[in-house]
Design a protein around this ligand. Structure first.
Ligand SMILES: [Mg+2]
Length: 250
């Protein structure tokens, strides 16, 4: 879709991207093009920012097609590790831990809420459930807030209970500050409501094609958010073109 002369790549870029529906979305050609740009250019850094838990990200790290991240923000912001060593990034990790009352207590308190079914997925420092049409989300929020936790509903089907103030955007912001990454070098990308906090950081961003309507509504009119038409990697490529941040001559 885009003809890029990789030898001309002269800009620093840190792509902080959601995985499902974003970096893992799009057609083969678009994936190949974006992954090649990331892998072939040392001036491009990559951060995974996902709702997945770490164990379900590990297979991606062994997939030669997918570029390896410099850092991984997992569990909707509640986990942050080095992409190579997989060790927690300190002191950020300790700060997140200090805001979390523990999975056991959160589960115990939320057990009484009717129609709240827990997801069976790997998770740390968060508890994730399914959204049911008869679920009283106000009750969930009230109990979670009482424990100092936040609640994020996304994709119309997931409910995440997180440490207070922790979300994808918070953890990315702190990480960028720790690494001294200039604001203009950062591009965030996502497709559902649990990505909204990424677009509220003030970094320039792309909502990729096929995104959740609520995310499109919440980010429409924001000057620093580009709403792409193409799915996944295609949308990120469109954003690189739109921001004219990457190549000469496109
Ligand atoms: Mg997604």
């Amino acid at each position: 879709m885009f003809t890029a002369n990789l030898s001309k790549f002269a800009y620093m870029l840190l792509l902080a991207t959601d995985l499902d529906g974003t970096l893992l979305g799009g057609n083969y050609e678009e994936k190949h093009e974006l992954y090649s740009i990331i892998s072939a250019n040392p001036s491009v850094r990559l951060v995974f920012v996902t709702g997945r838990g770490l164990p379900s990200i590990l297979p991606l790290l062994n997939d030669p097609f997918i570029p390896n991240p410099d850092y991984i923000i997992a569990d909707v912001g509640a986990t942050v590790v080095d992409g190579k060593t997989l060790l927690p990034v300190e002191p950020l990790h300790t700060e997140i831990m200090s805001r979390w009352p523990g999975e056991a207590l959160v589960r115990e308190r939320l057990k009484q809420v009717p129609h709240l079914r827990e997801q069976v997925v790997p998770m740390d420092r968060r508890c994730s459930y399914y959204l049911h049409e008869q679920l009283d989300i106000t009750e969930v929020k009230s109990i979670a807030n009482g424990l100092g936790c936040d609640v994020i509903v996304s994709a119309g089907k997931f409910v995440d209970v997180l440490p207070g103030g922790i979300n994808k955007g918070f953890t990315l912001r702190r990480l960028m500050e720790m690494l001294n990454v200039p604001e203009k070098e950062v591009l965030v990308a996502g497709d559902t409501l649990n990505d909204l906090s990424l677009f509220e950081t003030g970094y320039k961003g792309v909502v990729v094609g096929g995104a959740e309507k609520e995310l499109l509504d919440a980010t429409s009119g924001h000057q620093h958010v580009y709403q792409a038409e193409r799915l996944g990697c295609g949308g990120i490529l469109q954003a690189l073109h739109h921001y004219n941040a990457v190549f000469d001559g496109i």
